[in-house]
Design a protein around this ligand. Structure first.
Ligand code: ADP
Ligand code: MG
Length: 314
């Protein structure tokens, strides 16, 4: 392709909301064999909602939610935000007197005076959070988090979580004072265009893949729903790069599509890094392409544009 053709293609991309950082990236996209998608926030909407709250204690439901939200309040994770929001709404609608107090005390509807004091908070990537409330340790996260901290997961809780995961939800486990006190189910629906894009890639001879830090059962249920056969689950944030490398081994050109901070090393390691425009700045910086409309359909637009620019017989 001539420099003019590259310039034209870059302009066509830009007018479709596909920002291309340089001619090399544009050229590499025509050879893509694998498109590796991050799950949360890329294939899914990234706005999980609570579908289930199950407690295994005498504790009042509102108190349970307050504990969970207090532990998660300092976390930036989408699951954490969903849990805090849910607890806020629970108190607002189920305890009108408490809600009234919020407003008497503070006009801000986001007033968080109902949250408990937390000590020694730590966010554990790929696992969850840990902190101390009323002198007792609280753990909110996945099985790995609980097992690493030697908390026993009773059969009843285990089968409850398994059931959630088999329907594509993420099970969040809560231990207080090293006793499992509850399980929450969170659903993060697929983006509307996700399945169509996966099908289009298959028709183009490109293999779609999903990587996620989420557990195997949830990952497989979501992959099935979107039509992806190749899945890598329970990947630690640092492991996404290894996943990219494993597909590059035979010399294949690999694209990575992601939105999160966790995705940026993989976006950089991929031959073609594609960031969702609505994603984090770090992901956008690490990528070769930015999809300003945040629609997965533009992954196809990007590949088409490269193919048309470079594969044309002149
Ligand atoms: P991904 O972005 O691919 O879902 P993460 O590495 O962010 O992966 O998280 C992996 C898993 O770790 C989540 O599915 C969840 O089970 C658990 N986790 C991480 N952070 C939190 C949190 N703040 N609260 C509860 N669970 C969490
Ligand atoms: Mg993500």
């Amino acid at each position: 392709a001539t420099p003019t053709a590259v310039m034209v293609a870059t302009g066509v991309g830009a007018s479709n909301g596909v920002l291309i950082k340089g001619g090399d990236a544009l050229e590499r996209a025509q050879k893509i064999k694998y498109v590796v998608f991050d799950k949360t926030g890329t294939l899914t909407q990234g706005r999980p909602t609570i579908t289930t709250v199950k407690t295994f204690t005498e504790m009042d439901r509102g108190d349970f939610l307050t504990l969970v939200a207090s532990a998660e309040a300092s976390s930036e994770h989408p699951l954490a935000r969903a849990l805090v929001n849910y607890a806020h709404h629970f108190h607002f609608f189920n305890e009108p007197s408490a809600a009234k107090n919020f407003h008497n005390e503070c006009e801000d509807p986001n007033f968080s005076g109902w949250l408990l004091d937390v000590l020694d908070f730590s966010a554990l990537p790929g696992r969850g959070v840990q902190c101390f409330i009323n002198g007792k340790r609280i753990l909110v996260g996945n099985r790995k988090l609980l097992l690493e901290n030697e908390v026993t997961i009773p059969d009843e809780a285990e089968s409850f979580a398994t059931e959630l995961e088999e329907s594509g939800k993420t099970g969040v486990l809560v231990a207080y004072n090293d006793i499992l006190i509850g399980v929450l189910g969170l659903a993060d629906p697929l983006k509307r265009e996700a399945a169509v894009v996966v099908e289009a890639l298959n028709n183009m001879g490109i293999r779609p893949v999903m990587v996620t830090g989420d557990n195997w059962r949830t990952a497989q249920a979501v992959a099935k729903e979107v039509g992806i056969q190749d899945v890598k689950a329970e990947v630690m944030p640092s492991g996404k790069v290894d996943a990219i490398r494993s597909f590059q081994k035979d010399g294949s050109t690999v694209a990575m599509v992601g939105d999160g901070i966790n995705d940026s090393p993989a976006l950089a390691a991929a031959d073609v890094g594609i960031a969702i425009g609505a994603g984090t700045d770090i992901a956008i910086e690490a990528a070769d392409y930015v999809l300003m409309r945040s629609s997965l359909e533009d992954v196809i637009t990007a590949i088409d544009l490269s193919r048309k620019t470079f594969s044309r017989i002149r």
